[in-house]
Every structure is written in structure tokens, then in C-alpha cells.
Unconditional design. Sequence first.
Length: 574
Amino acid sequence: MAVLGYCKTMNETSQLAKAILKSTGLYSDDALVRIENGCADNPGMGLAEAAVKFGGAREDAFLQKIGPVLGMDYIALENVQPRPDVLQKLPASAVYQYNVLPVKFENGILTVVSSDPFSTVAGDGLRLAAGCPVKIALAPKEDIDKAVKKFYGVGADAIEKMIEDGRYAVDDLDGSISKIDVGAEGEEASIVKFVNRIIAEADRQGATDIHIEPQETELRIRYRIDGMLHKVDVPPQLNRLKSAIISRIKVMSNLDIAEKRLPMDGRIGIRLGGEDIDIRVSTMPGAWGESISLRLLAKSGNFVKMCDLGFNDRDFAVVDKIIRRPNGIFLVTGPTGSGKSTSLYSFLHEVNTMDVRILTAEDPIEYQMDGIIQVQMNKDIGLDFARTLRAFLRQDPDKIMVGEIRDRETAEIAINASLTGHMVFSTLHTNTAAGAFPRLTDMGVEPFLIASAVAGVMGQRLCRRLCQKCKVEVPLDRKYYDLSYPPERETVWDPAEHGCEACSRTGYKGRRALFEVLEVDEDIESAIIQRQNATQIQTLSLSKGMKTLREDGWAKVFKGVTSVKEIRRVTEDQ
């Protein structure tokens, strides 16, 4: 089978290759022609890859059929747990190079799973690396990738290379490091490769944040995915290199690597998979070294459309009416990480037309939008929200977005802008929509100005969405359900106990927003002027049809979007 290793040899053995593929029962004559043509157009592509890419068969089906033909077993890696001594039979560099995983060692023979049944080059290299006979079994490439990261850790080959080279000294308590350099002839240094892999893997998994946290005996790395933290599998020897890794990130973000006593902020701009990623970097000195947090922001204009945010009919109609007003203030409230920016960008995208001039003051600019003038705040030169907002009023805008109202000065300028014929969008940190009015009052803004300027307030949270592939229907457990909201049905959905591959075994995939939309009318204006508290204003709004965050959550539970426990978790303060 050596001649079948790569498609560039297929012309010499086309009849044998066709016979082997034909024997699987997966390919018609037309499919074999497509595979042969694909090989001719892609000289370096393996036959197995071509059979999957051009033949129209799924990889797992292809491997299960081709295995018996070539005398190879197919192994489902889902429940495979190789012993530590088996994993040590192959160095991480060989595992990553050939994309294989050792799974069993019996009678002096090492069984290794691969996604390429035809590659004899890998077989020879693995025998040399393991120092013993190697038996090849088959498994899909994606399954092998996940298993390798799980058992060896992300970037294990790069860590192994650094330790072998001896270029990085073992960390001591004061965090001294050896140099970070680029290898000979411009080759990427191993430390650079490792950091890049950590970022690329976070982006692949859809993480919003990366936390690199030095501990006494380990360097812990965690990703925040769908609002929850997940520990990343990394090589155990990573702790020896923590200072080099932290310094590499500081170099990338133009921070002073010699300063380890003060918190610092920086940014990294990179390109992953054809997409520009803006990374905000924050360092914090700790007992065992500097902790680093990285926030990943995609700069592309793939905005969530307003109709896809998840509004109920009443809330959608109210919000759509408010954002199209010629003047007023529309506030979006909620804690950090509740999706306020996503909602604001969605609203701006909705009203961004040729006859509307839009200016935004942001800190930071999270997404770049065509047709809008976006200004990045810079405290070092005195460019803050208040100063920028004053300048906006001389720029003839129709609509203005202010990243956040943090103080009285910004609030008063925003109100002045709304009263002089501008529509202002902004955010405020309060737990409920009704809490926005007492918050503005606490800042020192007069209630009559608040009542005149604010057109509406939207409170929101983010809850995890159930994985639509593995969610299970269960009876409604009234012990956990808030009976003040009448149940729409007696069954709901829960996450599957062990999830599935699509949701990384969590039972949840993606997030959905919960909303409460408060529209200011004459009665609400009177309540604001009378300085009524948030509870009184909310009660009045509920009588006019507003749904609370928890009620909106229950409606999404009965639609199968999320679970009862998830709603209780994210609306615990309601």
C-alpha cells in the first residue's frame, strides 16, 4: 500500500486505488473520477483526504469501510482512556507531527490511531519514535485532534521542544526569565508557537476570554465559553515556563516585561482563519506571578440582527419604535458580560442608513461598522466620554452612541443632546431596567430632566442555550419553577447528562439574551419626577405589559431554548 500514500502517485496505481475504494461500497464510478481529478489538481493531498473531500462520503463512514479492506481496526475514541505509560511511548512532537494517538500497548506492539490509512511515512516515523512495532488503527481526524489536546495538552509539542532545547530556565519566585527570541533563519520560536496555539484554540472553541493564572504548582489556563469557565488541558511541565509565556504575551501587547508590580493594560491585533481578532490584555500581579486576562473581540461586521436577538413580540415592537425616534435616550442595563454591546450594535445596524449620520464614543471599539464614525476613548490625552460627547454635538449627528454613562457630566451632556434633537444610545450598570432612574438620580441628574429625556430602558442577561442536538424532554419540576408565572406546558427540556460532541459534552451550545423592556410614558414620567424607587416604577411598568427578565426566561424555557435551572442561575437576583 506504500504507493497509495499520496495522490501524486495515483496515476501509476489508479486501477489499484479505484479497486480499493470501490470495494468499500461507498463510491460510484463518477465519484472515483472526481477523486482522481481531485488528486491531479492537488498533488500533495493524501488519498484518504481526497476520498472524503471529493467522494461525498463522511470521514467516519469511509474509515469504517476501508479498515477491513486494509486489515485495520476502527476505534471510536469517545470512551478511550489510554494509560499514562502508553501515552509516554510517543513524544508529543511525534503525536502532533503525524496527528496520531497511542491507545494501547500489548505484547510489545503499540496501537496508534490515525486518520490516514495509506500513509506509510507516518508508520515508519512512529516506529522510530516509539522504538517498537506499531499497529495502525483508524479514527476521524477531528476526534484525534480533541483526544490529543485532552491527553497531551494544547501545545505540548512546543513545550517539549522548549524544555529539550534548555532555552528557558525553570521559574523562580521572583519570576526571572531567560530571553524570548525567534529561532534561526526566522523560524517561529516554540514559545511563540505555544501562545499562538492557546489563542487559536480559544477562538476555535468560541471563547470570549482567556485567563492565564499562575498557581503554586501549576500554570492554570481557562477559557470562558458561553459565560462559563472551562479549564484547558495543558502539559504538566508548563509551570516551569510560566514567566516566558507571560512575557511573550506582554511583548505582543507592547507592555513593559520588566514591570511585574503594577497592573497594566494592552492590546494585540492578530488574524485567525481570515478574520481579524482584537485582543484586550490585562495583567495583575499575584502571589505566584502575574495573572493575565485576554478578551477576544472579533472585528468583523457579523452583527446579530435585531430580529435574531430573541425578543418577544411586545418587546420587539417597543424597541423598534424607540430606536427610530428622532430624539431621546435609550439605555441598555445589565452587569458586565450581559451582551449590552451586542444589542447596541444590533440597534445601530438597524438604523444605519444613508440618510442617518451616526457617531459613537466607545471604550473599547469592539466591532467596526461601515458607515459610522467610531471614536476610541483615550484617558491619557483627556479624551473621555464627556469631552467626546460635547464634540459630537458640533458634528451634526442624528444618532449618538455612548459606550457607558459613568458620571454626572456624561449623563447631563447625553440628556442635553437628546433634548436638542438627537437620539442617544448608551449603557448603564444596574440590575433591572427600572433601576436606571434612581441610578441617574444618584449621579445628581434632576428627575425632571430624566423624565423628559429617557424614552426607554432595556435590561438584559445572557443565558446558555440548550444544545439542540442532545437536549432531553423532562417533566416540569415545580420545586425549581417559579409558580408566580403560569406554566405553559407540563414538560420542558434539560441538557443531556453527558452532552454530545457538538456541545463539547456540556449540554449547552451558544447563548441567548433575556430582556425586560420599559417604555417611558406619562405615568412613568410622573413616577420619576416624584422620585419613586425602582420597585415602584417596575410595578407600574408591569401593569402596563412589561415582562421581567425571569418571565422572559420562563417563556424561553417552554420554547426549548434553555433550561429551568439556567434561568434560575442567571436571574437569581430577580
